[in-house]
Design a protein around this ligand. Structure first.
Ligand SMILES: N[C@@H](CCC(=O)N[C@@H](CS)C(=O)NCC(=O)O)C(=O)O
Length: 216
């Protein structure tokens, strides 16, 4: 088992939030190392030495650095299998991974800070246009996810089955971002119910942006 686990992250970063949920869900003790994105700390030489992409999170385990939250989540799952983030059946696993990827590959990347900054600096978008951009892509992705969730008649309170897993690691931070940017969520009752079910769980409370040491 690893002796030291350091999470280099930022309280409001969705990808950081994903990894915090997984670590807390599995009761893994870790050191929280804040990286202030607004102050550009992710572009310093020291951080680029950890992650040449200059993106958070980075997970340093016994001196080895892991990057890319999907890879980190899978590594956490392999290292601490209980409680599981993925179901036993491989078709079910593909289904859960697909819901996670819907958020992680198709919603989050196009709403990232560097994309929003480029929309403003290179393409003349003002703040109102940026908010419309965010709302457009979250709404499109959540519309599909809501349909997927409603089609699963065996589902309990979560995206799959009766416990949160990989899909919630990605979804809950995206719901937090949607609320932060005032995206209208009234058309997504299934997603909001999953968010409510997670909000009362200790791991999700511990991972919440508002409960981190670097919250502003
Ligand atoms: N695919 C990467 C994306 C990481 C990422 O985009 N992180 C954001 C925060 S959520 C970041 O560092 N943004 C800095 C920037 O855009 O300048 C992952 O999942 O880890």
């Amino acid at each position: 088992m690893p002796r030291s686990v350091e999470l280099h992250n930022y309280y409001r970063s969705g990808t950081s939030h994903r990894v915090r949920i997984a670590l807390h869900q599995k009761s893994v003790a870790f050191e929280y190392v804040p990286v202030n994105l607004l102050a550009g700390e992710h572009k310093t030489d020291a951080y680029l030495a950890l992650n040449p992409q200059g993106l958070v999170p980075a997970l340093n385990v016994d001196g080895r650095t892991l990057t890319q939250s999907p890879a980190i989540l899978e590594w956490i799952e392999e290292s601490w299998p209980d409680p599981p983030l993925l179901p036993k059946d491989r078709y079910d696993r593909a289904h859960v991974r697909a819901m996670a990827a819907l958020v992680a590959c198709d919603i989050h990347p196009i709403n990232n800070l560097r994309i929003l900054n480029t929309l403003k600096s290179e393409f003349g978008a003002d703040q109102d246009a940026v908010l419309r951009w965010i709302s457009h892509w979250i709404t499109e992705g959540f519309t599909a996810l809501e349909t997927i969730l409603k089609a699963d008649k065996t589902r309990g309170d979560f995206c799959f089955g009766d416990a949160p897993g990989l899909a919630e690691c990605c979804l809950i931070p995206q719901v937090y971002a949607a609320r932060r940017f005032d995206v209208d969520l009234t058309s997504f009752p299934a997603i909001c119910a999953i968010d409510d079910a997670c909000a009362v769980l200790p791991a999700f409370k511990a991972a919440h942006p508002g409960n981190q040491m670097d919250v502003i």
